[in-house]
Design a protein around this ligand. Structure first.
Ligand SMILES: *[C@@H]1O[C@H](CO)[C@@H](O)[C@H](O)[C@H]1NC(C)=O
Ligand SMILES: *[C@@H]1O[C@H](CO)[C@@H](O)[C@H](O)[C@H]1NC(C)=O
Ligand SMILES: *[C@@H]1O[C@H](CO)[C@@H](O)[C@H](O)[C@H]1NC(C)=O
Ligand SMILES: *[C@@H]1O[C@H](CO)[C@@H](O)[C@H](O)[C@H]1NC(C)=O
Ligand SMILES: *[C@@H]1O[C@H](CO)[C@@H](O)[C@H](O)[C@H]1NC(C)=O
Ligand SMILES: *[C@@H]1O[C@H](CO)[C@@H](O)[C@H](O)[C@H]1NC(C)=O
Ligand SMILES: *[C@@H]1O[C@H](CO)[C@@H](O)[C@H](O)[C@H]1NC(C)=O
Ligand SMILES: *[C@@H]1O[C@H](CO)[C@@H](O)[C@H](O)[C@H]1NC(C)=O
Length: 422
């Protein structure tokens, strides 16, 4: 189009001038080769015309950032999950609310929130998470349920889209720290206190092996007293396990054998007294693990000999030099690594507190005995009388027997006696 090219620059200059006059800032694209015509759209595209205009709704109590793909509905006392969440949401904060119950499909939307990857429900007053609560979130990878008064956690809470036990969850990180004590006095009482939190968590972790994709599990600060048998048996992909700041006394019931990918095991700030051979062997068998054992009240008696020997050898315990005895009194604050088997005995030399309590018990028992004897002595006349009464009663009874025996033995009187019995 040679003619068009010859005429182009003059008209283009004119058009540019008009645009500048109108306040448009042209991005000074190279001169187009096509002839400019007033009916064709101007080539430097207006930003708004490049993208479809609808910005996506934002629920009234929330703040949305489409650029960051983040929605925050924080500290709003919400009692349910907003219905009109924008489809672009990738990170959703629903913290500091009063959700109470998370029903099945609480996040199911049409079309589904396919982008939602991280969901934070920390401190939102959740008492109950029902089966399939996170169903229809095909991209969910991280879930924070910390600081909720959880009383009921359905074993199927995390199962796949139709909450069938067999469907695997997409979750990779489950954060469930710092459960707050549930309040029992609220209206809904039927579901509470049936099962310990330990049991609830364990059955959820086991249920249908739905969480087999889990890589990170945080259960810190939950006052856990024990880990039920098999609680960790179906989490083969776990990399990071945080059980710190609980009240675990021992690990005899729990098996770490299947956690072959485990890299960090946090057991700080518990109530561990000793680790037994079985546990030591299992931990040692994990190829990549690092174990954190600080701030546990280790009991340095003969039972800890195996653990001390293991500690001296192993490379997997972080900061093992700082582990110290808490009991018995005589061993307090001694470093476990410095102990030799000769230091560790179970000689029943009672600790001071126990000795005084035994002495006290002895005195109390002696006193009770003395009072008993005194009462017997003061009451000796009454007792004598009582003995006589008993003896008399016995004698009467025996005589009655004797009499009846005689009657029964006398054939002439048999009829009479059977009649009198009736
Ligand atoms: C939430 O409830 C608390 C206590 O009732 C109140 O102090 C606070 O202002 C409420 N927050 C909102 C955003 O309504
Ligand atoms: C979830 O929100 C709470 C409160 O804002 C925050 O402390 C916590 O770190 C968040 N969790 C994650 C996994 O980001
Ligand atoms: C639930 O999922 C299972 C296995 O994925 C499937 O066989 C079953 O038909 C699904 N049920 C429903 C109601 O979608
Ligand atoms: C539990 O709640 C039901 C009704 O919601 C009530 O009838 C029942 O007495 C309550 N039980 C206890 C132990 O509070
Ligand atoms: C509580 O226990 C009863 C009977 O043991 C059982 O029927 C009920 O389903 C249990 N409730 C929950 C929430 O586990
Ligand atoms: C440890 O747990 C207790 C209660 O379970 C809690 O009060 C405390 O803040 C926790 N400590 C840390 C460091 O999280
Ligand atoms: C380890 O996992 C296998 C297969 O999932 C399971 O059968 C076994 O019971 C688990 N072992 C332990 C000790 O939990
Ligand atoms: C624990 O294992 C060590 C080394 O394998 C062994 O010498 C020791 O007797 C075992 N202790 C117990 C109580 O079985």
């Amino acid at each position: 189009m040679p003619g068009g090219c010859a005429r182009g620059p003059a008209r283009l200059r004119l058009a540019r001038l008009a645009l500048v006059l109108l306040g448009w800032v042209s991005s000074s694209a190279p001169a187009p080769s096509a002839p400019w015509s007033p009916t064709a759209a101007p080539l430097p595209a207006h930003p708004a015309s490049a993208r479809p205009p609808p910005p996506g709704p934002c629920p009234a109590p929330c703040e949305c950032s489409e650029a960051a793909r983040t929605v925050k509905c924080v500290n709003r006392n919400l009692s349910e999950v907003p219905a009109d969440l924008p489809a672009y949401v990738r990170t959703l904060f629903l913290t500091g609310n009063r959700l109470a119950v998370l029903p099945p499909g609480a996040f199911a939307r049409r079309p589904p929130l396919a982008e939602l990857t991280a969901l934070n429900l920390s401190g939102s007053g959740l008492r109950e998470v029902r089966a399939g609560a996170f169903a229809y979130l095909p991209g969910l990878r991280q879930l924070d349920l910390s600081r909720n008064p959880l009383a009921v956690l359905s074993p199927l809470a995390f199962s796949g889209p139709n909450a069938s036990a067999a469907a695997p969850s997409t979750l990779a990180e489950l954060i469930l720290n710092h459960r707050v004590a549930p309040q029992v006095d609220e209206g809904d009482n039927r579901t509470f206190q049936n099962q310990s939190f330990e049991g609830t968590v364990a059955s959820t972790l086991r249920a249908g092996r739905a969480l087999r994709g889990l890589r990170r599990l945080e259960l810190a600060s939950n006052n856990l007293l024990y880990l039920p048998r098999g609680a960790l048996a179906h989490l083969p992909g776990l990399r990071y396990l945080d059980l710190s700041n609980n009240s675990l006394v021992g690990l005899s019931y729990v098996s770490f054998r299947n956690l072959t990918h485990l890299e960090s095991l946090h057991l700080e700030d518990n109530a561990l007294k000793v680790l037994r051979n079985g546990t030591l062997e299992e931990l040692q068998g994990l190829p990549r693990v690092r174990v954190f054992l600080d701030n546990n009240p280790w009991v340095c008696d003969c039972n800890i000999v195996d653990m001390v020997a293991w500690l001296k050898e192993t490379e997997i315990v972080q900061g093992k030099a700082s582990l110290t005895c808490a009991f018995p009194e005589s061993m307090r604050n001694r470093a476990l690594l410095q102990l030799s088997p000769a230091d560790l005995d179970c000689d029943p030399i009672l600790p001071q507190s126990l000795q005084t309590s035994y002495v006290f018990l002895g005195i109390v028992l002696a006193l009770i005995g003395a009072i008993f004897l005194l009462v017997l002595y003061l009451n000796r006349k009454g007792i004598k009388k009582w003995m006589h009464n008993i003896r008399d009663a016995c004698r009467d009874h025996m005589e009655g027997y004797h009499y009846r025996y005689e009657i029964n033995a006398d054939p002439r009187l048999t009829n009479l006696s059977s009649n009198s019995d009736v």
